[in-house]
Ligand binder design. Structure first.
Ligand code: 5GP
Length: 185
């Protein structure tokens, strides 16, 4: 992937809430920022606004969310079936881990259940999913070890459109190989 750069600005508004502003740029494509996000979290109200978007993750995730509950196949079904190629990092009978096509760090691996079983997103998890959820998390640890980032890595699950989930087949992002920042954007 061409180097993606991003930076985030955080302003705290005391007890009233917070605003997170982030700018992402794809310098290989354009010298200009490609998107600007403003996230205001002031429970129970939450606003997600965006000015300017070439690569509009929010719009893409909202579009994907339309099919979230239909059980429609996703691109990950084709990856599981090996109908489209992926760089597999780890695989067993329940779990597949492969490199993200658009990595956000030197190491960016997706860990998914081979059998979705209704787990379009973490928010849909039910008691019957406890075992596979544990297996996915342990697989994330295996991936981190294989990728040489066991000393420090991040596991992210985006659940739902407001978290910018774009593929409705539960997946863990295992990210590392660079210094992570907190809070996330
Ligand atoms: P989400 O935004 O749903 O949390 O994450 C979906 C991830 O899947 C994104 O990071 C995206 O780059 C990745 N992705 C989407 N399509 C493909 C694909 O065809 N191959 C691979 N390896 N990753 C994909």
């Amino acid at each position: 992937m061409a180097a993606l750069t991003s930076f985030a600005l955080l302003r705290n508004f005391g007890r009233t809430g917070r605003i997170v502003a982030s700018v992402r740029a794809s310098p290989g494509l354009s010298p200009f920022p490609t998107s600007i996000n403003f996230l205001t979290a002031n429970p129970p109200r939450r606003y997600l606004c965006r000015a300017s978007a070439k690569h509009d993750e929010e719009a893409a995730s909202k579009a994907a969310a339309i099919n979230a509950d239909t059980g429609a196949p996703t691109i990950f079904d084709k990856i599981i079936a090996k109908e489209i190629p992926s760089a597999i990092v780890y695989e067993d009978d329940k779990v597949l881990a492969f490199k993200d096509i658009n990595p956000q760090a030197p190491v960016h691996v997706l860990v998914i259940p081979k059998f979705r079983d209704g787990l379009t997103e973490l928010g849909k998890a039910e008691p019957r999913h406890e075992e596979i959820l544990g297996q996915l998390l342990y697989a994330a640890r295996i991936v981190a070890e294989k990728e040489g980032i066991l000393d420090g890595f991040r596991v992210v699950i985006n659940s739902g459109a407001s978290a910018c989930q774009s593929v409705y087949h539960l997946h863990l992002h295992v990210i590392g190989g660079r210094q992570m920042n907190w809070p996330p954007g």
